[in-house]
Write a protein that binds this ligand. Structure first.
Ligand SMILES: O=C(O)CCC(=O)C(=O)O
Length: 285
């Protein structure tokens, strides 16, 4: 499947805003419908810090085929700083976000990387792919990746009853800070687009964003990629998948386990996952 060619203007937008909107990353609506079916079971899982939630390529043939054969990693690599010979890029998690239908409200502002873990030298970059239509489902503060430290210093609040020192960003504080930082960062500029199935947003690990729930159901998947120094690089790891340098064999060094089924039975064995992966590969030629 071809991936969109992103030029210097796109890269500059990504560097300045910390966000880049890519319409029609996957134009094939039949594939998007298939993916929606395959992700459905996982959308019902409660969000938790568990492999079954964050490493869906371990058990979901659809996710695996998308990330191995689809345009996701290539597109992220084309805006990320080019890796040197002794550097690698790993896909480290890929949470699936399914919400609604339900009341209309915003989740908390946050950035995907832990503070200081995404740098110009070793960036973390996320891609959020709308698997169904996702009207105004995710919002970004443009330029906020450049003022992460200020945001955390002024707006992080310890959440009572949560784990020690767990903080959340205060939305009112971010609004006020946005006003004060508007010169020269213009942090009050926001992006909240009407995304269709197959559209994607690529964003820096430090960029502030928040998801919105709405009266309509919507599904998205958000693989995250980190550039690392090569050494020591394990030959095969289950928890992070090597996407640069890429080889399908390296990707497939991880055995497929189980994955969500299309019918009512929740799980099917490995061989059917392989078949679906092949279907995806055929669809791209
Ligand atoms: O889709 C959502 O509502 C949440 C997305 C998000 O916050 C993320 O990918 O980090």
């Amino acid at each position: 499947m071809p991936h969109p060619i992103l030029d210097e203007t796109h890269k500059r937008t990504f560097e300045n805003d910390g966000v880049l909107l890519v319409h029609n990353l996957i134009p094939d609506q039949v594939l998007m419908k298939d993916l929606e079916y395959l992700l459905r079971e996982h959308g019902r899982m409660p969000f938790e810090d568990a492999e079954t939630n964050q490493k869906p390529w371990l058990y979901n043939g659809g996710v695996r085929a998308l990330c191995r054969d689809g345009p996701v990693a290539k597109t992220v690599l084309s805006v990320m700083r080019s890796p040197l010979d002794d550097e690698v890029v790993m896909m480290e998690e890929a949470p699936i976000w399914e919400f609604g239908p339900g009341p209309h409200f915003a989740h908390s502002w946050h950035a995907d990387s832990r503070q200081g873990h995404s740098t110009a030298e070793f960036p973390l970059v996320s891609l959020w792919l709308a698997v169904t239509d996702a009207p105004y489902a995710i919002e970004f503060i443009l330029g906020s990746h450049k003022v992460r430290e200020e945001v955390e210093t002024f707006c992080a609040r310890v959440v009572p009853g949560e784990k020690k020192n767990f903080t959340e960003l205060d939305a009112n504080c971010i609004d006020r800070l946005g006003g004060r930082l508007s010169q020269p960062m213009n942090m009050s500029r926001r992006l909240r687009a009407n995304l269709k199935a197959g559209d994607a947003v690529i964003f820096h690990g430090e960029t502030l964003h928040r998801g919105w729930r709405s009266r309509n159901r919507r599904v998205a998947i958000s693989p995250r990629f980190q550039l690392h120094h090569r050494s020591p690089m394990p030959a095969c790891t289950w928890k992070a998948v090597l996407v640069h340098p890429f080889s399908a064999e390296t990707f497939d060094c991880i055995p497929w386990q189980v994955f969500a089924a299309r019918d009512n039975s929740p799980w099917l064995p490995v061989s059917v996952g392989r078949l679906l992966g092949k279907m995806w590969s055929l669809a791209k030629v």
